[in-house]
Ligand binder design. Structure first.
Ligand code: IPE
Ligand code: IPE
Ligand code: MG
Length: 265
């Protein structure tokens, strides 16, 4: 958090926003459904792929901000298992842009001590994409800062199917911990905050198990227009929420043991 404030100019409007954030209560894990690239392009009379291209800068800014804030994990939804339904040319462009992003950002990831990981059915991706991903995963594996986790060819239901298959194979006892341990996100904390851009009020098969108690933040902003300020506002909004996890708001009263004892006959 201090590192974040230090690199900002105090006159930057984001400085005041950042100062309002309680560093002790940052979300451990933020997940983002980066939506609205196509609409951003259409509004400008551009092809959809221009929106995907314009969506790279907010990814950079978001990753850098999360790293400087000292966040534990950031999961970005980049491609769903359903996105194969799109025209071949759009899908191919997405893979090319992903490669460009990974190549351009590797140094930056090391500079910010970012550990890169990917979740989804990665074995179904084109070879050149897998190779690129594997290279960045290996290269950043020893970094200890932010875990940047990209969801690619990801589906929440597919993930649960894969987890159940693994459970059956292992013959393990079935409980919540056993399922969590076999998800692609095994070892990661569940997201505390789920952000979706472009105003859609749905989760589109994203982290279905893991978002059980995530706080949701939906903004009308289209992904290419998403800024650091909006990310900070989402975190501030999150910090105002009353997270009850099914319990009650009042602190539990200190137990009065005298009342709790069974009266003697
Ligand atoms: C999100 O933007 C990017 C991906 C799903 C890859 P969209 O491409 O879904 O943009 P809209 O929702 O059509 O505007
Ligand atoms: C969700 O966006 C997937 C990603 C952001 C990668 P979509 O645009 O695919 O979701 P729907 O179709 O609006 O539900
Ligand atoms: Mg969309």
């Amino acid at each position: 958090m201090q590192a974040f404030l230090d690199h900002l100019d105090a006159r930057d409007p984001d400085y005041a926003l950042a100062c309002a954030i309680d560093a002790a209560r940052l979300p451990a894990h933020i997940a983002i459904i980066m939506d609205g690239n196509g609409r951003w392009a259409r509004r400008r009379g551009l092809p959809r792929v221009a929106g995907h291209k314009a969506g790279i800068q907010p990814v950079r800014e978001t990753v850098e901000t999360c790293a400087r804030l000292g966040l534990g994990a950031l999961t970005l939804y980049a491609f769903s298992v359903e996105n194969w339904k799109r025209p071949r040319t759009e899908v191919d462009t997405l893979w090319r842009l992903l490669r460009i992003y990974l190549r351009a950002e590797l140094d930056e990831m090391h500079r910010h001590d970012i550990r890169f990981t990917a979740i989804g059915r990665l074995d179904e991706l084109p070879n050149f994409v897998r190779k690129e991903l594997d290279g960045v995963i290996r290269s950043t594996a020893r970094n200890r800062g932010l875990q940047l986790n990209l969801a690619i060819n990801y589906g929440g239901r597919a993930e649960l199917v894969d987890a159940v298959k693994a459970l059956v194979e292992d013959g393990a006892e079935i409980d919540e911990a056993a399922i969590s341990a076999r998800l692609y996100t095994a070892g990661m904390p569940d997201p505390d905050l789920l952000i979706r851009t472009s105003g859609e009020m749905r989760v589109s098969n994203f982290l279905l198990w893991q978002i059980a108690y995530a706080e949701l933040y939906v903004t009308e902003t289209l992904w290419p227009d998403f800024t650091r300020a909006e990310l900070l506002r989402a975190i501030l909004d999150y910090q105002k929420r009353d997270r009850r996890f099914g319990g009650i708001r009042e602190p539990l009263p200190v137990e009065n043991l005298e009342h709790a004892t069974i009266p003697a006959r």
